[in-house]
Design a protein around this ligand. Sequence first.
Ligand SMILES: O=P(O)(O)O[C@@H]1[C@@H](OP(=O)(O)O)[C@H](OP(=O)(O)O)[C@H](O)[C@H](OP(=O)(O)O)[C@H]1OP(=O)(O)O
Ligand SMILES: Nc1ncnc2c1ncn2[C@@H]1O[C@H](COP(=O)(O)OP(=O)(O)O)[C@@H](O)[C@H]1O
Ligand SMILES: [Mg+2]
Ligand SMILES: [Mg+2]
Length: 352
Amino acid sequence: MPQEQASQNETQTHDESYVIGYALEQKKIQNLIRPSLIDHAKKQGIQLIPIDINKPLIQQHPHLRFHCIIQKLQPKHWNNLNFHEYLSKHGANTTTTTIIIDPPHLVQKLQNRVSMLDSASHLPLSLQNATVGVPHQVVVDDEKKTKNSVEEMVMGSNLRFPVIAKPLYADGTMKSHELCLVFDAQGLRETLNKNTAGGAATPVVLQEFVNHGGVVFKVYVAGEHVRCVKRTSLPDIPEDKAKALKGTLKFSQISNFTIQDNNGDGANHLSNIERAEMPEESLIKELARALRERTGLNLFNIDVIRDAKYCTRYLVIDINYFPGYAKLPCYESFITDFLLDCVRNKAAVVSV
Ligand SMILES: O=P(O)(O)O[C@@H]1[C@@H](OP(=O)(O)O)[C@H](OP(=O)(O)O)[C@H](O)[C@H](OP(=O)(O)O)[C@H]1OP(=O)(O)O
Ligand SMILES: Nc1ncnc2c1ncn2[C@@H]1O[C@H](COP(=O)(O)OP(=O)(O)O)[C@@H](O)[C@H]1O
Ligand SMILES: [Mg+2]
Ligand SMILES: [Mg+2]
C-alpha cells in the first residue's frame, strides 16, 4: 500500500465512535490493555475505558454511555459492579443498550473440567476424515475415594496408566493449574492423599493421557474471529517406558515454556513445534463455531491435541474463558475487530 494511502487510512475519521469498558483484574489489564491495543482501537473509533471492579458501575463514568463491556471477573467483583442495576438504566429495554460480554452463568461452566468438556463431546462436526472428541475421564471426590480402591477407580472407569490428575475446578487459581502425571497405583494413592507432600485436594478428574507429539494447538476465539497457534506440551511416553515408570510427576502451565529440542548429539534439530503440521483451517473454524454455539460464549480458547497414533483423531483437553490474547501476533487487530463486530452488528454476539 503506498505510504500516503496508509497514513490516510490510519488518520481516517469515524462517523461513529464507540465506548468500550473493560472490567478486569490488574494483572489482566497489564497483559492485555497495552498502549498498542489502545492506539489501534482508537484508530478504529474505539475508546477503551477502565472500569473499577470494586464499586457499582452506576457510580462510575456518569457522562459516558458504554456501548459494550468486556470482563473477566470473580463472583465478588460481579456483585460489586452490579451490572443489573446499570442495565436497568442502560439495558435492553432502553434505546441505549449496553452489551456485556459474556453471561457469568455460562462462563461458570468452563470453571469445572467436567461441564467444560461436556460442551466439546459429541460435536456435530462434518469433516471428511478428522474427528474431534474429548479424552476419557472420571471424577474422584471424597466419597469415591473412601469407598473405592485406586485399582477400582482406574480399571472400573476403563482408564489405564499413565493418567493425568487435574483439579476439578478450573477457577483461575494457581492451584487449579497444578496437574500431575500418575504412572501407577501407588502414585495415584499418593496423589489422592492430601496429607502427603504433593497430594492433590479432591475433587480431581483422572484423565486418559494421550501421546500427541509434544505439541498443543491453542485455538483462540473472539466471536467470529479465530486463530490457532502451536505451543509446547508434555512429551510422548512410549508404551514400554510407561510400564517401567513409577510414582508421579507434577507440572503446571507447561504451554508457557519454550523448549529447544536437542537430540543430545550437539546438533540443533527442528523442534516438535516446528515440525508439527497445523490442523486444517476448516477444522479449526468448525470447531470454534460449534463451541461458540455450545457454550454461548464469545471469548475463549480451546486446547486441542492430536493423537500420535491416529493422526485424524483430535481431542479437546481444556477450554479457557478470556485467555491471554496478547500472546497472539497482532492481537490488537484481533481484539479490535471483535469489538467492532459487537458494537456494529449486535445480533452476532451473545450477551448477559
Ligand atoms: O496470563 P496468560 O496470558 O498466561 O493467560 C492464561 C491462559 O493462557 P493461554 O492464553 O491459554 O496460554 C490460561 O490458559 P491455560 O489454562 O494455561 O491453558 C488460562 O486461560 C489463564 O486464565 P485462568 O488462570 O484459568 O483464569 C490465563 O490467565 P489470565 O491472563 O486470564 O490470568
Ligand atoms: N489428556 C491429556 N493427554 C496428554 N496431555 C495432556 C492431557 N491433558 C493435558 N495435557 C497437557 O497438560 C497441559 C495442561 O493441561 P490443561 O488441561 O490444559 O490444564 P490447564 O487448565 O492448567 O492449562 C496441556 O496443555 C497439555 O500439555
Ligand atoms: Mg490449558
Ligand atoms: Mg485451563
